[in-house]
Structure formats: structure tokens, C-alpha cells
Design a protein around this ligand. Structure first.
Ligand code: FUL
Length: 695
């Protein structure tokens, strides 16, 4: 007995020695600092764009607007922080000073700040309010300080650099811990510059003397990540769509890059396999078309499908995600943006609800030193400090995960152990379906995190094949999920024939609807083909995932008579156009006001109309909007009567469909909308759609 016990002890000692005697692989290429590792773990955080631009409806201020304009009626940084927290963000970066030079904190070094605004009688400090809110909600805070300053008289001269550093010092000293410092690459150009109103260009490479500015930041906030096109700690992803690349390297040829260099996006943004420094990607994008709040974009907040696409192409492609929430003139994140964020959060929770690979049976064709310390099961143990790896000379190896039974999945998540560098250059994923192995995907880089979106697959085993790497592959985590379908309200469109189509974000959802104003349910009509709607009708509809019973909100739309009999007749040089009556708000009729009287719309039959609708362009930029109109009706197309004349109120700020109703119904066969004034006194009008109201 004693002998047995002793030999077991000896065996144990030998085993432990063998574990200890196989050292971990040596790092390959550049590796992240502790600060970069902590930052990468944040994965998802928010941007807040807020400034005088918010009150002037601009994206880039010139620097000449009065601080009097900055007057949010109910600014509440706690609301921003709550929304960010509930969305799963780990921090917030505020535009403390954008290109216009206006400071959201009462800087000692300029008068161009909140201290000369009416907000809180000049006693307010937005940065302080956000710092307190972030602390309360457990969020980290970052700062955006534009290097370009279109207000400051010294911009372009050496004195400005001192001013810039003084401001940095204020921000990095007075507001607690800062996790990221964000330096925009846009710098130099026209501006106010203290009244000079001229173009000032700078040598982007040398003007800012970044070396010393970086040293200052390191001294004041040693844990902060410094972000710009060229890092030094994190880099721009090269576009403002929020998308990283299928091949995204964290190493970067950092010394070849400077902030704002023109060829950056094409040449460097993906990172490089032979990059010299660890400078991981951050993908920035706004939840709306613009970075700043514009009322005109209230109905252009990104859809759930678009937001998910961004998430999978950023966090799922070895990048962090910086998602912008514009704060509005009240000083709040708009309700529409909050609603979309909530949808995103709910869907992500569902997508990653159950890790089907957690503690599954694993095997590998190579294991470093054949010790348990580096065995394949370390990749599925949910401990990111442990990993599966191979001997140093192995750069091709496979790990198999055995679910034990046919298992349905459509997401594959894999992570490299990045403290030892990013290594994998090529990999594939196989699945054993009904006893036959099939390749599901071939890809290149992994990095911190890679998520593959796959078709629904039912397999008993899967196999990750590392087919190329810069050293032994080191895989710290593999997870497998079955994400449900994206459930969101159906998208509606109608054609000129009056056929209404309903579209779901993904195939596989069922749509129910009613045409009698009743609330739809699963016993209502099921949508199978476009619905013919010729008469005024209220359509209510929602979509549902039959597998999970998750259902979308109900969406309601009122349709009037169809335009199937309508014809536009133009004369005297006006080009014939149907865009104004094709029921597609994304196509415009571009027409000169001088000739806008030279057309008529024939409704095809005598119709009693109670009003009309005008939809201005729905393009990204608001232009050609008719602000003052006359609307005419005629029975014979010769003799016209003015049915209404006036102004479309607030149409520039909110260019959605306008509905004008008359005091009484009038029977007409022909109609005509004429522009009396176009925004910015332009000559050309853009008409997306003209319609009538009959009910
Ligand atoms: C850009 C800026 O010019 C935009 O206004 C915005 O701040 C965006 C995040 O970065 O380069």
C-alpha cells in the first residue's frame, strides 16, 4: 500500500515536472501592452458628438459661431451613460473640442467655451458632468480633442501647440482616469482663426511634434490608449462605416504612417502581417448618417440589421467598435437612437446566449510538449488565460470539438492568445455532418476575436484547421452558438400599381398583417405575396420567428389611392419624368423652378381630393427642398384652380413626407404642385413623390 502511494506520488511529481519543463511559446512579432490588452477587452464603447454644431445643424463648424448658440435645454449626461451602459458599452468618448474649437469645458486658455454660453449661465462643464455620470454607471471615459482648431488665432503657428498641450493637460488632470485619447486625422484648411478667415495648412508630419505631446499624455495618464491613424496605441480602421476587414492585423508598420496621410485607408488600415508595432484597429461609425445630431436624420437611425452588420464586421473581425450617439439640442440621446440600441443589445444577448462548445470533448493532432497545460480542452474552458498550442515548429494543426450529438449552430467564435502576438495567417472550419466532413469556411486572420457567421449547420463535430501561422498557433478560446433570426419590423414598399411588399430582415420570419386597423396577431392574414391596395387603407403588420416565437413591434402605415392610372404630362422643354409618381421615395425628379409649371399629373379619373402630399429628397444631403408651394387642381387640364398655397413648416430640419389638407374636398382630374421657393434660394427642386389625400 505504502509502495503504491509512493509510486503515485513519484508519477505526480514527474508529471508536474514535465508540465513545468515545457515553457510557453515565445512571443512572435509585436505584442500588446497591459493597457492595450485591457482596452481590447472593452470591445464595444461609445462616442458622443455634441457641440455648437448641434445647434447650427453642421457637421464641421467654421469656428466663427457665437457661444450664445450653445444652450441645451435639459442636458443630462447621466441619460447618455445609462443608455450606453444598457447597450453593453464599456466606455464613452466625448468630443470635448471638435474642429470648430468650441470647448465643452471651461478651459482656462480660451473664451470660446461653455463658460461664455447661456447654458447654466456659463457655470456648466459638460466634461465634468460626463465624468461623474461615467463613474456612477461604471463606464470608462475617453476624450476627443481635435488637433485642428478653426477658431484659434494661433492655429498653424508654433504657439498653438502650447495651447493644445495646455488643453490636454486640463483634460487629463481634472477629470479622473481617461481610457483613450482620440486625435482626429482631419487637420488644416479654411477657418475663422480669430477673424483672419483664411486657409491654414500645416505639415501634418511635423507640426504637432507628436513625440512630446505623447510624452505628456504618458506622464499624466499612463494607462490611456492614444488613438490616431498612426496610433501609437490604437489605430483608425480606415473608414467610417464601422467595418474592419476579413484580414485585419493588429501589428502595424507604424513608422511609415502619420495622422491624416492620404493613402492610409488603402495602404495601411488593415494592419500588416509584418507590422512592427502592436497598434490594433478601432472601427468608428455613427448610429445615424451624421456624427452630429440633425433633426432631419431622426428617421435615418441605423436598422437592427445594419447595426448587427457593424458589430460582426468590427468586434467579429479583430477590431473594437466605437459607435457614435449624437446628443440633440435638448442635451439628450434621442429616443429613436435608444430604441435601436436596445434592439441591438437584445439581439446580441440572444446571438451569444449559449456556448455550445463550452467544456465539450476536444482533441488535437498536435499538443505542445504533450502536456495537459497546452491541451485542446484549454480552448473551450472559458478561461482566456489558458490556451491550446503546439510545439514551436508546428504551424499547421487542427483542433476538433465533439458535441457528442448532432448540434445546430451558425456562429463560430475563435480567439488567439494575443499576449504572445497575432499569429494565424490562414484557417478553415470543417463540420462533420451525418458522418461526412465538409468545409464550411476558409479565412485568414483571427487575432483577438474572429466571429464567423455561417448558415444553419447541424453537425456532430467541428474542426478548426490552422493552415498557416507566424509561429505555433495559440488558441485561447473557441465558442459556438446558434443565433436566432433577426426579428425586426417588416419594411414596406409600394409600387405604382399599388402593390405593397413587406420585407423582413432575414428569410425565415413570418409576417402577419391587417388592413382594417385592427391590431394584427398570429391569427391575422399571413403575408405570402404583395398586397394590392387601391383605396385608402391602414396596414398594420409585424414579423415573428416561428422557431422562437420572438416577434417585432407592430408598424402601421396609411396608404391612399394607388397611382396606377396616373400619368405625368410635361410640355415646353420639361423632360418627361415618372420619378415623382413612381411610389419610390428614393428616386427624385430634379426640375428647374422656372419650368415647374409646365407639367400636369393626370389622375386617370375624376377624384375628390382633400389634400396632397409632397416628399422631398430622401438622399443623404438635404437639398432642393420646396419650402413654399402652390397646389393646383383642374378638371380639364386647361383651367386650373389654386387649391392651397403656403409653406411646408420645418421641412428643412425634418424632410419627411408633408401632408397638406384642404378646407373642403374638391373633385379634380389633374393636379400640379408648384414651388414658390426652394431652400437656400436654389433654382432646382427635388421631388421624390407627389400624392393625394382622399380620405
Ligand atoms: C472625422 C471628423 O472629421 C468627423 O467630424 C468626426 O468627428 C469623425 C469621428 O472623425 O474625421
Amino acid at each position: 500500500m505504502a509502495y503504491l502511494q509512493n509510486s503515485a506520488l513519484v508519477l505526480l511529481i514527474i508529471l508536474c515536472q514535465s508540465c513545468a519543463s515545457v515553457p510557453p511559446p515565445k512571443a512572435v512579432g509585436p505584442t500588446p501592452s497591459d493597457q492595450q490588452l485591457a482596452w481590447q477587452d472593452m470591445e464595444f464603447y461609445g462616442f458622443i458628438h455634441f457641440s455648437i454644431n448641434t445647434f447650427t445643424d453642421d457637421e464641421w463648424g467654421y469656428g466663427d459661431k457665437s457661444p450664445d448658440l450653445f444652450n441645451p435645454s435639459e442636458l443630462d449626461a447621466r441619460q447618455w451613460a445609462r443608455i450606453a451602459k444598457e447597450a453593453g458599452m464599456k466606455g464613452l468618448i466625448l468630443t470635448n473640442k471638435h474642429h470648430d474649437g468650441f470647448c465643452l469645458w471651461p478651459s482656462e486658455y480660451t473664451d470660446y467655451s461653455v463658460k461664455n454660453s447661456p447654458w447654466k449661465n456659463g457655470k456648466g462643464d459638460v466634461v465634468k458632468e460626463l465624468a461623474e455620470a461615467c463613474r456612477e454607471y461604471g463606464l470608462k471615459m475617453g476624450i476627443y480633442l481635435s488637433p485642428w482648431d478653426r477658431n484659434h488665432p494661433d492655429y498653424g503657428k508654433p504657439e498653438y501647440i502650447e495651447y493644445f498641450r495646455n488643453q490636454l493637460t486640463e483634460l487629463l488632470t481634472n477629470y479622473g482616469d481617461i481610457f483613450e485619447v482620440w486625435f482626429d486625422g482631419a487637420n488644416g484648411g479654411d477657418g475663422y482663426y480669430g477673424g483672419a478667415r483664411e486657409i491654414r495648412t500645416v505639415d501634418k508630419k511635423s507640426y504637432y511634434d507628436w513625440k512630446n505631446t505623447i510624452a505628456l499624455i504618458r506622464k499624466l495618464q499612463p494607462n490611456a490608449i492614444i488613438w490616431s491613424d498612426s496610433g501609437p496605441d490604437a489605430r483608425w480602421v480606415g473608414n467610417e462605416h464601422g467595418y474592419a476587414y476579413e484580414t485585419t492585423w493588429s501589428p502595424l508598420l507604424r513608422d511609415s504612417i502619420y495622422g491624416g496621410m492620404p493613402e492610409y485607408s488603402k495602404k495601411y488600415a488593415m494592419g500588416q502581417e509584418n507590422g512592427t508595432h502592436w497598434v490594433p484597429a478601432e472601427a468608428d461609425v455613427s448610429i445615424r448618417p451624421g456624427w452630429y445630431y440633425h433633426k432631419s436624420e431622426d428617421n435615418k437611425v441605423k436598422t437592427l440589421k445594419e447595426l448587427l452588420e457593424i458589430y460582426y464586421k468590427s468586434v467579429g473581425q479583430n477590431s473594437t467598435l466605437l459607435l457614435n450617439l449624437p446628443v440633440d439640442r435638448r442635451g439628450l440621446v434621442h429616443e429613436n437612437d435608444e430604441r435601436q440600441l436596445k434592439k441591438l443589445m437584445a439581439q446580441l444577448k440572444e446571438d451569444f446566449a449559449t456556448n455550445l462548445a463550452l467544456n465539450a470533448k476536444t482533441s488535437a493532432n498536435h499538443t505542445r510538449g504533450n502536456t495537459s497545460r497546452y491541451k485542446s480542452d484549454r480552448a473551450v474552458d472559458s478561461d482566456k488565460t489558458t490556451y491550446w498550442t503546439t510545439n514551436d515548429d508546428i504551424t499547421n494543426a487542427s483542433i476538433t470539438i465533439d458535441f457528442g450529438k448532432p448540434t445546430l449552430f451558425n456562429r463560430f467564435l475563435v480567439q488567439e492568445y494575443i499576449p504572445l502576438g497575432q499569429r494565424v495567417t490562414q484557417f478553415s472550419l470543417d463540420a462533420e455532418i451525418d458522418g461526412i466532413w465538409k468545409t464550411l469556411d476558409n479565412q485568414t486572420t483571427i487575432g483577438y476575436k474572429r466571429i464567423l457567421r455561417l448558415d444553419d449547420t447541424k453537425a456532430t463535430k467541428i474542426r478548426l484547421n490552422i493552415e498557416g501561422a507566424k509561429g505555433s498557433p495559440i488558441i485561447s478560446n473557441i465558442a459556438v452558438y446558434h443565433a436566432p433570426l433577426i426579428v425586426d419590423v417588416p419594411k414596406m414598399s409600394r409600387n405604382k400599381q399599388g402593390l405593397v411588399s413587406l420585407q423582413t430582415p432575414e428569410d425565415g420570419l413570418t409576417i402577419y398583417y391587417t388592413l382594417n386597423s385592427e391590431e394584427p396577431s398570429t391569427s391575422s392574414s399571413k403575408y405570402l405575396a404583395p398586397i394590392a391596395i387601391d383605396q385608402p387603407t391602414t396596414l398594420k403588420t409585424f414579423s415573428i420567428d416561428p422557431a422562437t416565437q420572438r416577434q417585432s413591434d407592430v408598424i402601421t402605415e396609411s396608404f391612399d389611392i394607388s397611382k396606377k392610372l396616373w400619368k405625368i404630362t410635361t410640355f415646353q422643354g420639361v423632360s418627361l419624368t415618372d420619378q415623382a409618381i413612381d411610389e419610390n421615395p428614393l428616386t427624385d425628379w430634379s426640375v428647374n423652378t422656372q419650368t415647374l409649371t409646365n407639367y400636369s399629373i393626370d389622375l386617370g379619373e375624376t377624384t375628390a381630393i382633400k389634400g396632397f402630399t409632397y416628399t422631398p429628397t430622401q438622399g443623404r444631403w438635404v437639398s432642393g427642398v420646396i419650402t413654399h408651394y402652390s397646389f393646383y387642381g383642374s378638371m380639364d387640364g386647361e383651367n386650373w384652380t389654386t387649391l392651397s398655397e403656403g409653406e411646408f413648416s420645418n421641412i428643412i430640419a425634418n424632410p419627411i413626407q408633408q401632408k397638406i389638407t384642404f378646407s373642403k374636398a374638391t373633385s379634380v382630374r389633374y393636379i400640379r404642385l408648384v414651388a414658390n421657393k426652394i431652400m437656400n434660394d436654389k433654382d432646382d427642386a427635388l421631388i421624390a413623390e407627389i400624392g393625394v389625400i382622399t380620405k
